[in-house]
Structures are given as C-alpha cells and as structure tokens.
Design a binder for this molecule. Sequence first.
Ligand SMILES: [Zn+2]
Length: 164
Amino acid sequence: MSTPKDPIDPLAAVKIINLTPHSITTPITLRPDEGPWTLAPSGVVANVIRWSMLAAPIGDIPTSRVSYGAIENLPNPEWIALPSPCDVPGAVPEGSRWCLVCGAQDGHHPPPRAVAVYYVVSSVVVEAARRAGRAIEDLLVPGQQIRDEAAGYLVEYRSLTRVG
Ligand SMILES: [Zn+2]
C-alpha cells in the first residue's frame, strides 16, 4: 500500500541556487519519505578574485602569498520582510523616544526577515562576503564530499551547511 504523495513541493516556495560547479544530492537515507533530492549547478560560479605572488623562501623552499579581491557572481541578498513586532499600538508611548517592544531609541531595531533566495557557494566566497560586510544568512556551503577514490576526483556533495 502506498500513500499518495502531497502534490505540493515544499521546495518550490524556497529558491536555492547552486553557484558552485558541483551538484549536491541529499541521499534517500536522509529523505526516506521524499526520496533523494539533487541540486544541479546553475552554470554560474561565484568566485573570489585572487592573485598569488612570490614570497620569501624558507631556506631553499619557495613560498607564495595569496591576496583576495572582489567577489564575482554573487547577487545581493534577497529578503522576505516579516511583520514587525513593533507594529502595534503603544509600542512607542506618547512623548517617549523608546520603543517598548524592541528597546530601541529614536527608531526600531531592524525587523525580522527571512531568506528569499539561498545561494550555494564555496567557503572562500563566504569568508570574502563576511569580510566585505555582506550578510551571510543566505549563503550555504556544500558538505560531505563524495570522491571517486580510484579516479581521485570529486563526484558530488551530500549536504548543505548553513554559515550564517
Ligand atoms: Zn521597536
């Protein structure tokens, strides 16, 4: 006896865009009811411009130094605005400068927000985004590398890791 599947795909409401060159497949063992889920590469790869230059050798062993520049192909975050808890009558009492809900003075702390689009990127991109002051709640990093041991190359990833 098989039960009919819910025709509504819960992932249809959430956008996840893979900005890495690798596919990510969540195995059936982690989604026993829904089956495996695969996120193919979008064809666009987010990257950090980097350049390397020779640095002082250690004895007769050459070394290099890497510098990181701008991030390529990472869109700005997209948010879904959630109702502000401060949006209630009396949050800022008449004649007061303080909000009784969020505790801010002369205004409000930023209202809650949800991620509208998740981007899967490398951890190098996450670090560059963090350094640049970009939000990172919408960034995911692939986890659980699966390699073809014989051929020695990466086959795919098995999970998504939140970083923010
Ligand atoms: Zn407030």
